[in-house]
Design a protein around this ligand. Structure first.
Ligand code: NAD
Ligand code: DAU
Length: 353
């Protein structure tokens, strides 16, 4: 079996669902269930004996030791993290605790487990760390996309904590020989995306008749990848990645935030027109910019394509349409995640905007 951490979050849940749809290898899913974790993302697996869910913290060494000894996974895929840049600006401590201390504890527990394995199991073992393009910092408008050798220049508490975790993973390979792989992916979007992030926030707010908040001038650029393409890339790297290597993951889909928001508005105008006949674009509102806001990210994913033959299946046009349709078809999911903690956050973030 494999151990997946953070498998109740956005990407982790998509990964677990895709994994079990494609193979029969069981998944042990360890997730703390922070505000971002939602076990209902995994409701379709409730009767599936291949999926075991454990609520717990990657920083809990006792729990990790017990789970590793009991289940003897052949691989660990580490999604668990605090992931929202704006939250990291308001309160960085949780990011240090989970992304840095948590990754350290997980690496130590896995190292001990791996060291004691018989030779063949030891040889086959993998630790895959899921990271982000934000560790590379920001790009000038005409600069080439980030390659794997780009300097680490993180600019937010979130990206600094992810950069620190990437360095720990690297060091555990170099020093102890732990068989690690790291992926650095661009912005994901798709089903089960928590509506604090731009794309789901805009869909959900539009349908609720609320403002669509654009930070600053809205000309910041992100490089968007459909979440299931990220999942297929992780599966491929886990299967065939070279030990100790890092692989960038992206879909060559750079867009300015304002263009993304306008596109979502036009899709909603087509699929669920407003009762008053106006476009959802009328709800666009410019608000105070994010402090230290990175201007542009772009991922060069040629290494992954060249070495492992991976390519995304979705274009941005097909992926964003599927995503908008998914949110239209799952109002109950949206209603459920918009409970207590989420409402408090929205009030704190946007009250002064
Ligand atoms: P998310 O916030 O939706 O989910 C994170 C999950 O981790 C949640 O289920 C949460 O409960 C769990 N978690 C948090 N702290 C934990 C802890 N201490 N122990 C165990 N579980 C814990 O995040 P996401 O968007 O799904 O991102 C998953 C991973 O992918 C993160 O490592 C993130 O840095 C990385 N990533 C995300 C994106 C993106 O666009 N969302 C892009 C590239 C990389
Ligand atoms: O690049 C990968 C990263 O993408 C991941 O590592 C992070 O975990 C993930 O959250 C995401 O980070 P971003 O900060 O790019 O995503 P977010 O959806 O928060 O914002 C996308 C862009 O939209 C960013 O430029 C900020 C802007 N934005 C965001 C929100 C929430 C707005 O203009 N208005 C908003 O209300």
């Amino acid at each position: 079996m494999i151990l997946v951490t953070g498998g109740a979050g956005f990407i982790g849940a998509n990964f677990v669902l895709d994994w079990l749809a494609q193979c029969d290898e069981p998944v042990l899913n360890l997730d703390k269930l922070t505000y971002a974790g939602n076990v209902h993302n995994l409701d379709s697996l409730s009767q599936d004996t291949r999926h075991t869910f454990v609520q717990g913290d990657i920083a809990d060494r006792t729990l990790l030791d017990r789970l590793l000894a009991q289940h003897r996974p052949r691989a660990v895929v580490n999604f668990a993290a605090e992931s929202h840049v704006d939250r990291s600006i308001h309160g960085p401590e949780d990011f240090i605790q989970t992304n840095v201390v948590g990754t350290f504890r997980l690496l130590e527990a896995v190292r001990q487990h791996w060291s004691g394995l018989p030779a063949m199991e030891k040889e086959a073992f993998r630790f895959l760390h899921v990271s982000t393009d934000e560790v590379y910092g920001t790009l000038e408008p005409e600069a080439p996309a980030f390659t794997e050798t780009h300097n680490y220049e993180p600019n937010s508490p979130y990206s600094a904590s992810k950069a620190a975790s990437d360095h720990l993973v690297r060091a555990w390979h170099h020093t102890y020989g732990l068989p690690v792989l790291t992926t650095n992916c661009s912005n994901n979007y798709g089903p089960y995306h928590f509506p604090e992030k731009l794309i789901p926030l805009v869909i959900v707010n539009a349908l609720a008749g609320k403002p669509l908040p654009i930070y600053g001038d809205g000309r910041q650029i992100r490089d968007w990848l459909y979440v299931r393409d990220h999942c297929s890339a992780i599966r491929r790297v886990l299967e065939a990645g070279r030990l100790g290597e890092t692989y960038n993951v992206g879909g060559w889909n750079e867009s300015a935030n304002i263009d993304i928001v306008r596109l979502i508005c036009s899709l909603l105008d087509e699929l669920r027109p407003r009762a008053d006949g106006q476009s959802y674009a009328a709800q666009i509102t410019h608000v105070t910019d994010r402090p230290g806001h990175d201007r542009r990210y772009a991922i060069d994913a040629r290494k992954l394509e060249r070495e492992l033959g991976w390519k995304p299946a979705e274009t941005f046009e097909t992926g964003i349409r599927k995503t908008v349709q998914w949110y239209l078809e799952h109002p109950e999911w949206v209603a459920q995640v918009q409970s207590g903690a989420y409402r408090d956050w929205v009030q704190k973030q946007y009250q002064s905007a």
